[in-house]
Design a protein around this ligand. Structure first.
Ligand code: LIP
Length: 278
């Protein structure tokens, strides 16, 4: 796996340039953020989310007018090619709002016919870390200008694994996720709820987290990060033989993925029920 093969992939190269510029725009935040809400009072969006998405869409439309675009803040255009850009202008919006550094710009490129991501770029501006991947060519991080090959950890036992997760924006779902968490936590070494699906997936790719699971994340949250993690050696799936989706995403090292899936299935983690028949 050579860095240049990934970094010079035209789609990766374009997405890196756009993500970097979007990151600069987001770092130059105004003193006052205009806060709106979406699906609930905790599902916030700011003018910066919208401005960053508008910038990313304008650049992609200029350089790749034939491609479709889907964005978290409402962009949804069809194209004439087989490809769709899937963007989250700020993944970790609550962190961004609270000046917690764990947020990023996520740009994924999917083959519409296969539904698979073929390129992924995630830029975490505060850390100055650019995670990149091109299908079949591996994953790299450019960490403050220094490229490093990404490789998942060698974690082989769930009871020593540090697992990332996250929670939804509705109180009913959060109550169910807390129920599931109470069953997972005793079976792993520790849990990290860091607030950005995309960066959590990059941390699995980097061997920092040993796995990640979450119910309710959207395509724009994981389109880039799931490819980055898989190309670094992770296994990804939903539950019950399903692919990654809104019901559940489970990404982990090959030696603990099945055990994590088994616990989540046993506790109906892909549903919002409050108690299960034991
Ligand atoms: C976030 C996800 C995170 C999840 C949050 C939120 P957003 O995406 O990246 O994993 O736990 O609830 O959905 O809304 O910041 O783009």
């Amino acid at each position: 796996m050579t860095f240049d093969l990934v970094a010079k992939d035209p789609s990766v190269e374009l997405a890196m340039s756009i993500a970097k510029e979007a990151g600069k725009l987001l770092l130059a935040r105004p003193a006052h953020l205009e806060i709106d809400t979406k699906s609930s009072a905790t599902d916030v969006v700011t003018q910066m989310d919208r401005q960053a998405e508008a910038f990313i869409v304008a650049q992609l439309s200029k350089h790749r007018p034939e491609d479709a675009i889907l964005g978290e803040e409402g962009s949804n255009s069809t194209g004439t090619s087989d490809f769709q850009w899937v963007i989250d202008p700020i993944d970790g919006t609550v962190n961004y709002l609270h000046r917690i550094p764990h947020w990023c710009v996520s740009i994924g490129l999917k083959n519409i016919k296969t539904g698979e991501s073929i390129a992924g770029v995630i830029y975490a501006p505060v850390y100055d870390q650019m995670y990149i991947s091109s299908q079949g060519l591996g994953s790299w991080v450019i960490d403050q200008g220094v490229p490093r090959l990404l490789q998942v950890s060698n974690c082989a036992e769930l009871n020593v694994a540090v697992i990332g997760t996250g929670f939804g924006y509705s109180s009913e779902r959060r109550a169910s996720q807390a129920r599931v968490l109470s069953q997972v936590l005793p079976r792993v070494a520790d849990i990290r709820r860091l607030g950005s699906c995309a960066i959590d997936l990059c941390l699995v790719a980097a061997g920092v987290l040993d796995g990640y699971y979450e119910r309710g994340v959207n395509d724009w949250d994981h389109a880039a990060g799931e490819l980055i993690a898989r190309e670094a050696g992770a296994i990804s799936s939903g539950l019950r033989g399903n692919k990654v989706g809104n019901d559940m995403i489970v990404v982990a090292t090959s030696l603990i993925h099945a055990d994590l899936v088994a616990i989540l299935e046993a506790n109906s983690a892909d549903s919002d029920i409050m108690d299960i028949e034991v």
